[in-house]
Design a protein around this ligand. Structure first.
Ligand SMILES: [Zn+2]
Length: 155
């Protein structure tokens, strides 16, 4: 449906595309962007996808710290059975077999951070940065075209 050149003001007839009598409903640029997104979504195993989490890059492993190392926690996602997505953090040191910190479910980490944050006074500059992070992250997620609905064709 969204691949129909009708949206560009074109009409397909006998395998050829003609200028239609109707106005283009969306710009060619938007049409091509939509095709790109559709192609991406139909492609399987998007390994090059950049994963984002508002705590990404901000957490460090305490087990490693106690052992005198500095290891960042890495944010990652895995797809399980029934295409359920699991979001979790794991210690960078674990990848090098230096640390035995188990994988931590992202929701548990968020929960702990939330409770921790509520017990301390953070400088306003940090809070506004955190808020910007959260807004940016949720905007990125919702911009992924799931909610794209074209205007219904005028006839
Ligand atoms: Zn560790």
């Amino acid at each position: 449906m969204l691949r129909d050149p009708y949206y560009l003001g074109l009409v397909r007839y006998n395998g050829e595309t003609f200028e239609g009598r109707h106005e283009a409903l969306i710009s060619r640029e938007l049409f091509e962007r939509v095709q790109e997104v559709l192609d991406q979504r139909s492609r399987r195993g998007q390994r090059d996808r950049v994963l984002t989490h508002f705590l990404k890059g901000m957490l460090f492993c305490d087990r490693c710290r106690q052992a005198g190392r500095t290891s960042r926690l890495i944010y990652t996602e895995a797809t399980g059975r029934g295409s359920l997505r699991y979001q979790y953090f794991l210690c960078r040191g674990r990848q090098d077999k230096l640390c035995d910190l188990p994988h931590l479910a992202a929701w548990q980490v968020e929960d702990v951070i939330e409770r921790h944050i509520s017990t301390i006074q953070l400088p306003e500059s940090f809070l506004s940065r955190l808020r910007a992070f959260v807004t940016e992250t949720s905007m990125t997620n919702s911009a992924q075209c799931d909610s794209f609905t074209p205007a219904s064709p005028r006839r």
